[in-house]
Design a binder for this molecule. Structure first.
Ligand SMILES: *[C@@H]1O[C@H](CO)[C@@H](O)[C@H](O)[C@H]1NC(C)=O
Ligand SMILES: *[C@@H]1O[C@H](CO)[C@@H](O)[C@H](O)[C@H]1NC(C)=O
Ligand SMILES: *[C@@H]1O[C@H](CO)[C@@H](O)[C@H](O)[C@H]1NC(C)=O
Length: 257
């Protein structure tokens, strides 16, 4: 027998509330609704304690760009996103630029360094909700965030992390032009609002300094990727070609016909 909803509804309302109580909420930052979980709060604290102001503001703005884009794009693109994983990836994506030397690895490029720091954070703080798949998703999002010819073809969490960083560095229009407009949803007006809330502090000059620092201080992690371009431009004695450090040099020396 079918009962009308006005009889069923009070029955449903009298059911006990689900337990444990939902810990997930949202908050509004610079006009953008972002997810808020206990782990996200810990990631914010961790990033703040271990990055300087330009990097911290950049990762916060990256997160805001991502969440603004997600809020404007069709649900067919955004509905399956793990927003907590996406948030952790955005917030920790530049831990390889940390001002805490204990977090800087000598042997890995800065993206892998950051991915490893994030994985250690999740293993330490994430608890049971963080299975190996979610941890790998964050690791991939961070490791690939600068590789714009791979991240668009990975899971949405990976793609949006890379695009968010690019959006913050270049603005939405240039990002859409360079990497495709399908997943760039943030508007120019929002982007400017993020800059007002979390000032850029000379981000362009700052980034040039970071890449130059990497080429000077851990050059072996830069020879075969884009960071090495800064070494060639501005580090005395960098000389990756003559040291045989490019992929072409390795193939030339070791590949078997
Ligand atoms: C990194 O810089 C931030 C901002 O200046 C500061 O709060 C933090 O203590 C620094 N961390 C380390 C490990 O030096
Ligand atoms: C909290 O939100 C995250 C991401 O949105 C989700 O993966 C997780 O299952 C949620 N946890 C609870 C207790 O609802
Ligand atoms: C960005 O692109 C939009 C749409 O093409 C255009 O209306 C706007 O003027 C552009 N903004 C900037 C800052 O280039």
């Amino acid at each position: 027998m079918l009962l009308p909803y006005f009889i069923l509804l009070p029955l449903a309302l009298s059911l006990p509330a689900p337990t444990p109580p939902l810990q997930n909420t949202t908050q509004v930052i610079a006009g953008i609704t972002v997810p808020s979980t206990p782990l996200i709060t810990k990631a914010l604290t961790y990033a703040r304690a271990n990055t300087d102001d330009p990097t911290y503001n950049h990762v916060i703005r990256t997160w805001l760009n991502v969440m603004a884009s997600v809020s404007h794009l069709p649900t067919s693109i955004t509905q399956d996103l793990d927003l907590e994983a996406l948030t952790i990836a955005a917030l920790l994506h530049d831990m390889g630029w940390s001002n805490n030397s204990a977090l800087i690895s000598r042997s890995t490029r800065f993206e892998v360094n950051g991915a490893d720091v994030a994985r250690a954070f999740l293993l330490r703080e994430g608890g049971d909700a963080w299975d190996s798949h979610r941890i790998q998703l964050v690791w991939d999002a961070i490791a690939l965030h600068s590789t714009s010819d791979i991240y668009p073809y990975k899971q949405g969490e990976v793609t949006f992390t890379g695009l968010g960083a690019a959006e913050d560095i270049m603005g939405p229009n240039a990002t859409a032009q360079a990497y495709g407009s399908e997943k760039v949803g943030v508007t120019q007006e929002e982007w400017e609002r993020f800059n007002a809330a979390y000032p850029r502090l000379g981000l362009k000059t700052y980034i040039n300094g970071v890449f130059t620092w990497l080429c000077t201080n851990k050059p072996q992690t830069t020879f075969n990727n884009f960071v090495g371009d800064w070494g060639e431009e501005s580090v005395e004695g960098y000389e990756r070609e003559r040291k045989g450090k490019r992929e072409i040099d390795v193939i030339e020396q070791f590949a078997v016909q």
